[in-house]
Design a protein around this ligand. Structure first.
Ligand code: SAH
Length: 486
C-alpha cells in the first residue's frame, strides 16, 4: 500500500478519538489493513486517500462520502467538527448507545475471554436529554491570529483554541459566563491579560466553572499565570459574574436558579500542559460549592475530582449499590474512592466502609464529607491502593477488614495493578463491583480476577459522556463457592 493511493472502504467501527475504522485489502499483496479515517461514521461508504502506512494499519483522509451512513444526523453544535469535545455528535444518539454497548461487549469477549458476554449485559443506560449535562467546564483563554481574545475549547489533539459562545454539553449558565468573562477580559486587556502558551506570558490561562445541579451553586475559578488579580479587576470580575448569573436567572426558563457561591483563583505559573496549579485562593465567597448525590451532601473545591455528569453518576452509583447487594451489616472496601462519593453513598446501607485514595486532598475532602453528613462508619486511607491494601492485608488482625463482604473498585483508565487484584483475590469478598471508565482494562482485570475464582455475573453500560466516545461500565463479579479463603 502506498501513500496517496485511494481505496473505497466501509466504516465498521469508531476508534477512541471518534475516527472511523474500516478494513481494506492491499492491492499489491492482498494483506488486510485496518484503516483509520477522521470525519467518518459507522455505516459510511467512503473513498479514502491513504496518508500514512504502518505495518498492519493505515491512516486515510476522506476524499468523498460515496454513501452516507444511515446513522448520520446534523450535529446540534456548528463547532462539533473542529472542537475535540463531541466527536460523536454526528451520530444518532441511539447509535451512539449501541456503539458504546458493543464496545464493552467486544472487550469482555476479546480481552476478558467471556464468550456470550452479551447475555450478561443490561441494555445501555443513556440520557433522556443527552445535552447540557456537564457540571464542570475548563475553558482555555488565548488569542486568535488577529490578536482577539478567544475563550473556548482545544481543537481535537491540538492546542489551538476554538472560540465558543455556546457549548451544548455544559450547563447553560456557561454561555453567560463566557459572554461576561469575554467582556471582563476585554475591559482589562493591557496586552497581557490572556495567556500565550508559546511565550509563557499573559495572565489568564483557563476559566474553570462548576455547578451543583441539585443546589444551583456556582463556582468560577480563574487559572492564572501570576500570584494575584489586581483589586480593581477582581472587584469587576465578581460584579461581571454576578451580572451573568442574574441575566441567566431572568432568562426564558432556567431549569434551576443559579447562585454564585465561590470565585477563586488557581495559581499555575509553570510552563506545562497541566491545567491546574497546586494552590487556590478565594477571591469572593467560599472556597467550595456543595451538591448532593442521592441524599449525601458533598463539598466540592476547584481541585477535587467529582464526576462530571450528575444524572448518570447517580445512575452508576445506584447500580453499584444494587450490585453490592447490601443488607446492613457488611464490611465494604471502596478502592480509588476520590472524595468518598461511592463510599459515603454505600455507608448508610453497610456496616463499615473503608475507602482508599492516592490524592491526600481528596482524602481530606472525603473525611470532611463524612463529617458534614454525620456518617461515622466510613474510614479513609491515603495512598496507592496497590500499596496500602496489600500492606493492610498482611498487617491487620481484624478478619472482617481483611475479608470484607464486598469490594468496590473505581480505578482511572489504566485499571488496577495486578498486585491489587491478587490481594483482592486473597481478601476473597463474596462480590466485587467494578466501576470502570475503560472497557479494555476492565476486561483485562476481570480475566485476572477470574484466576482467583471470580465470574462476571452482570454488567451495565452507562453513557456519562454523551456525544463523546468514553463509556462507563459497572460490573458485578461473584466468587464461586468452591474457592477457599486462605
Ligand atoms: N470513586 C470516585 C473516584 C473515581 S476516579 C468517584 O466516583 O468520584 C479514580 C480515582 O482514583 C481518582 O480520585 C484518583 O486520584 C485515584 N487514583 C489514581 N490512582 C490511584 C492509585 N494507584 N491508588 C489509589 N487511588 C488512585
Amino acid at each position: 500500500m502506498i501513500k496517496n493511493d485511494c481505496y473505497e472502504v466501509y466504516i465498521e467501527d469508531i476508534g477512541n478519538d471518534g475516527e472511523g475504522i474500516g478494513h481494506i485489502k492491499d492491492r499489491q499483496n492482498g494483506r488486510s489493513f485496518a484503516l483509520f479515517v477522521k470525519d467518518t461514521l459507522i455505516g459510511d461508504r467512503a473513498l479514502v486517500r491513504i496518508v500514512k502506512v504502518k505495518k498492519t494499519y493505515a491512516y486515510g483522509r476522506v476524499e468523498q462520502i460515496i454513501e452516507p451512513s444511515p446513522f448520520r444526523v446534523q450535529a446540534v453544535c456548528d463547532k462539533a467538527r473542529s472542537c475535540g469535545g463531541c466527536s460523536l455528535m454526528h451520530m444518532s444518539y441511539e447509535k451512539q448507545l449501541e456503539y458504546k454497548w458493543n464496545k464493552v461487549k467486544s472487550c469482555l469477549e476479546r480481552i476478558g475471554g467471556i464468550s456470550g458476554a452479551d447475555a450478561l449485559m443490561e441494555p445501555p443506560c443513556g440520557m433522556e436529554t443527552p445535552y447540557f449535562y456537564r457540571n464542570k467546564m475548563q475553558l482555555p483563554v488565548g488569542r486568535d491570529r488577529d490578536g482577539r481574545i478567544v475563550i473556548g475549547f482545544y481543537a481535537g489533539r491540538t492546542h489551538s483554541i476554538v472560540d465558543l459562545d455556546k457549548c451544548h454539553i455544559g450547563h447553560s449558565i456557561n454561555d453567560y459566563i463566557i459572554k461576561y468573562m469575554r467582556k471582563w477580559l476585554e475591559e482589562f486587556d493591557n496586552g497581557t491579560i490572556a495567556y500565550d502558551e508559546e511565550s509563557h506570558r499573559g495572565l489568564v490561562r483557563h476559566i474553570l466553572t462548576r455547578v451543583g445541579f441539585r443546589t444551583g451553586e456556582l463556582m468560577v475559578c480563574l487559572v492564572i499565570n501570576g500570584d494575584r488579580l489586581k483589586q480593581t479587576s477582581s472587584d469587576a470580575l465578581v460584579g461581571m459574574l454576578g451580572e451573568a448569573v442574574s441575566k441567566y436567572n431572568s432568562s426564558n426558563n432556567p431549569e434551576r436558579e443559579i447562585i454564585l457561591k465561590s470565585v477563586c483563583i488557581n495559581i499555575n505559573k509553570e510552563k506545562t500542559n497541566k491545567i491546574l496549579g497546586n494552590r487556590c485562593e478565594v477571591v469572593w465567597g467560599r472556597g467550595y460549592i456543595q451538591d448532593y448525590i442521592g441524599d449525601v451532601l458533598f463539598n466540592i473545591s476547584p481541585m477535587s475530582f467529582y464526576q462530571v455528569n450528575p444524572v448518570q453518576t447517580k445512575a452508576i452509583y445506584d447500580k453499584a449499590i444494587e450490585y453490592a447487594e447490601l443488607k446492613g451489616g457488611e464490611t465494604v472496601w471502596d478502592m480509588y474512592c476520590g472524595i468518598g462519593t461511592i463510599s459515603l453513598c454505600l455507608a448508610a446501607k453497610a456496616g463499615k466502609v473503608f475507602g482508599v485514595e492516592v490524592v491526600p486532598q481528596a482524602i481530606e475532602d472525603a473525611r470532611e464529607n463524612a463529617r458534614i453528613n454525620k456518617i461515622e462508619n466510613a474510614k479513609f486511607y491515603c495512598g496507592k491502593a496497590e500499596e496500602v491494601v496489600p500492606r493492610f492485608y498482611q498487617e491487620a488482625d481484624g478478619s472482617e477488614e481483611k475479608h470484607p463482604n464486598v469490594i468496590v473498585v473505581d480505578p482511572p483508565r489504566k485499571g488496577c495493578e495486578k498486585v491489587l487484584l491478587d490481594t483482592i483475590g486473597a481478601m476473597a469478598p463474596d462480590r466485587v463491583v467494578y466501576v470502570s471508565c475503560d472497557p479494555a482494562t476492565l476486561a483485562r482485570d476481570i480475566k485476572i480476577l477470574s484466576e482467583h475464582g471470580y465470574k462476571l455475573e452482570n454488567a451495565a453500560v452507562f453513557d456519562a459522556f454523551c456525544q463523546g466516545t468514553h463509556v462507563e461500565t459497572v460490573a458485578k463479579l461473584l466468587r464461586s463457592a468452591s474457592v477457599k479463603i486462605v
